[in-house]
Design a protein. Structure first.
Lengths: 319, 302
């Protein structure tokens, strides 16, 4: 059966609204037990992180290993705004704006990686991102005002399933629209052949800048959601280990694929929950998974493939 | 304190079609491309020495020479892949020597590559659309908000890409990843990708590489057709004398980065230095073969 483009669009919006309503009603009604809700929230945050990292690692073909740095900056920025600058009574209403602010802070930090990316790529850029992650972590550890290594707390628990679902939808929508535009095609062209991309008229520097900014922004938003869920953050939450988790989710689900990102985040998050009884050994699973993936299916489950619902639709100029 | 000053034209994109007089001047008097004393070396190895070239609008110029003579280096310097350290490149009277590639491309110079460089994982349609990246401008916010401007430009871009695909008999491949296409088709995709940016100058880097005789004849016909259709000026790098003979009005021969001869293809063939350098030890033998091929083929270039 062929569904017309118009109907498809309508169904997509309906689905999104339904998801939002459910994410509001289900926890409120008490039908879902709080533990499940908690996991769903972590799942959503991981989805946002995976989607945002996939833009750089999957679509653009660079290898960023410091994405937790952006997440950390977003988390700290959002928490600081909530705790220091906003009256408690407002916190609930200003939460979306606070998340955006956290995302913007991360995006500014994204410049630190974007500019070196103009001249460096591949392994060398990976080292730049690694250094970036370490710098963020040690700066946070040494900043006594935000608690240093002890961490930062005092945020109310503002993150709920509704906000997480809303941000997952926003991330998917923005990235999908970006990917199916000249910028997205430019990003993929950089992965395929940067010199040829530049020669065919793609302003590769601008496109890279956009990719890093957008990617860092969403990682920062995810950080803000994370901070207001846990109500406590410390620099260790944003170490290389966290970046590795994100890499596993990207390469498990599939590089260069939105569907893959969602799938990878889902499988990994649920797997980690199921394996909780393993205790410390659980942390071996992620890296081990990465090793196996690189050997047997380096592009991931959905590598460069997309669920047809996410695929490009012919744009119509009327309306 | 500031007196009202007349709005200055953006020097990056001047002159354009709306300036008819300038256009005429460029067409008739000024060379389209003017290269003076271009030199380049790779860590002490001279790849190109004092190369100069003038190309007028509508011409078809050939660059020939043995491997490593510096032909592709010239293309890489013109299109900004390599940084120019010595020499000046002017396009339509404008100094483009130190521009970055994408600016040069949107200014009207497109090229193809010796070893095809398509975006292999991308669909054929996307490959061609990417060639029009600079022609259909919208902002990041336009794209994310799916604004009217975005929809209009995307639609136009897609239509132009589809028209070009149809022109090159590639419509049925539109959705296929570029890497899946046969060699000859990939060459045509590359040409479509170059042409969608509406270039004035097209640089073809050994378009006949790896083609047999009938395919080469086909290609020669195609090049002449698109030259008329898109009113192009073409610079062609070629190995096979036959192609150059049939196509070019003017030929430059390079060896070890130096220009050793320049003139119409007929004269070039007889040039002793060319025979020595380009045809090597077996000059006499190859010369014979060349004459045979010359008598077989029709001279098509004006």
């Amino acid at each position: 059966m062929v569904i017309s483009e118009k109907r498809k669009k309508l169904l997509t919006w309906l689905g999104a609204v339904l998801l939002l309503v459910l994410s509001w009603l289900l926890p409120a009604s008490g039908l879902l037990n709080p533990y499940v809700v908690q996991i769903l929230m972590y799942l959503g945050i991981n989805m946002i992180l995976t989607l945002s990292l996939n833009l750089v690692n999957g679509y653009m073909g660079e290898f960023s290993v410091g994405h937790a740095g952006f997440m950390g900056i977003g988390a700290y920025a959002a928490s600081i705004i909530t705790v220091w600058f906003l009256p408690r009574a407002w916190a609930f209403w200003t939460f979306p704006a606070v998340l955006v602010a956290g995302g913007l802070a991360a995006a500014v930090a994204g410049l630190v990686v974007a500019f070196p990316s103009f001249r460096t790529r591949g392994d060398y850029l990976a080292i730049v991102t690694l250094a970036f992650n370490m710098i963020v972590k040690s700066v946070l550890e040494n900043l006594e005002v935000v608690g240093g290594p002890r961490g930062f707390l005092g945020m109310p628990r503002l993150t709920n399933l509704f906000w997480v679902a809303a941000w997952v939808l926003i991330t998917v929508m923005v990235l999908r629209r970006l990917v199916y535009s000249n910028f997205g095609r430019g990003i993929t062209a950089i992965r395929e052949d940067e010199v040829a991309a530049n020669l065919t008229g793609v302003d590769t520097r601008r496109v890279k800048l956009y990719a890093f900014l957008v990617s860092a922004f969403f990682a920062g938003v995810a950080g803000g959601l994370f901070a207001h869920l846990l109500q406590f953050i410390n620099p260790r939450s944003f170490s290389i280990l966290k970046s590795t988790d994100m890499l596993v989710m990207v390469y498990l689900g599939g590089v260069g694929s939105l569907t893959g990102s969602l799938l990878g985040a889902t499988i990994f998050t649920l797997l980690m929950e199921v394996l909780r009884p393993l205790g410390l050994w659980r942390w071996v699973v992620g890296p081990l998974l990465l090793v196996l993936l690189m050997i047997f299916r380096p592009q991931g489950i959905m590598g460069f493939k997309e669920w047809k619902w996410f695929k490009e639709r012919a744009v119509s100029s009327e309306q | 304190m500031g007196s009202p000053s007349a709005p200055r034209a953006n020097p990056r994109f001047a002159p354009t079609k709306n300036n008819f007089e300038n256009e005429l001047v460029f067409k008739v008097i000024m060379p389209l491309l003017e290269i003076t004393n271009l030199s380049h070396n790779f860590g002490g190895l001279c790849a190109l020495t004092k190369f100069s070239l003038e190309v007028k609008a509508g011409e078809l110029v050939g660059l020939i020479g043995p491997n490593g003579a510096g032909k592709t280096t010239i293309f890489n310097l013109i299109t900004g892949v390599f940084k120019v350290h010595e020499g000046v490149i002017k396009f339509q009277g404008q100094d483009i020597t130190h521009w970055r590639s994408h600016r040069i491309s949107s200014r009207g110079i497109a090229r193809t590559f010796q070893n095809i460089r398509l975006f292999k994982e991308l669909s054929v349609l996307d490959n061609v659309r990417l060639g029009a990246y600079a022609r259909h401008a919208y902002s990041l916010l336009d794209a994310v908000g799916r604004s009217r401007n975005f929809r209009r430009e995307e639609e136009r871009q897609r239509q132009r890409a589809e028209a070009l695909l149809a022109r090159f008999n590639l419509s049925r491949y539109a959705g296929a990843p570029a890497r899946n296409l046969p060699y000859g088709e990939q060459r045509r995709v590359e040409m479509a990708r170059a042409l969608i940016s509406e270039p004035r100058l097209l640089l073809l880097d050994e378009p006949a590489a790896g083609m047999n005789q009938s395919e080469t004849q086909e290609l020669i016909r195609l090049i002449l057709e698109i030259k008329e259709e898109f009113s192009l000026t073409i610079i062609l790098i070629e190995h096979q004398m036959r192609v150059v003979q049939n196509l070019c009005q003017w030929v430059k021969v390079l060896d070890f980065g130096e220009t050793i001869a320049s003139g119409p293809p007929r004269e070039i063939q007889q040039h002793p230095k060319v025979l020595a350098a380009y045809l090597g030890q077996d000059g006499a033998l190859v010369e014979e073969e060349m004459e045979n091929s010359a008598s077989r083929s029709v001279i098509v270039g004006q």
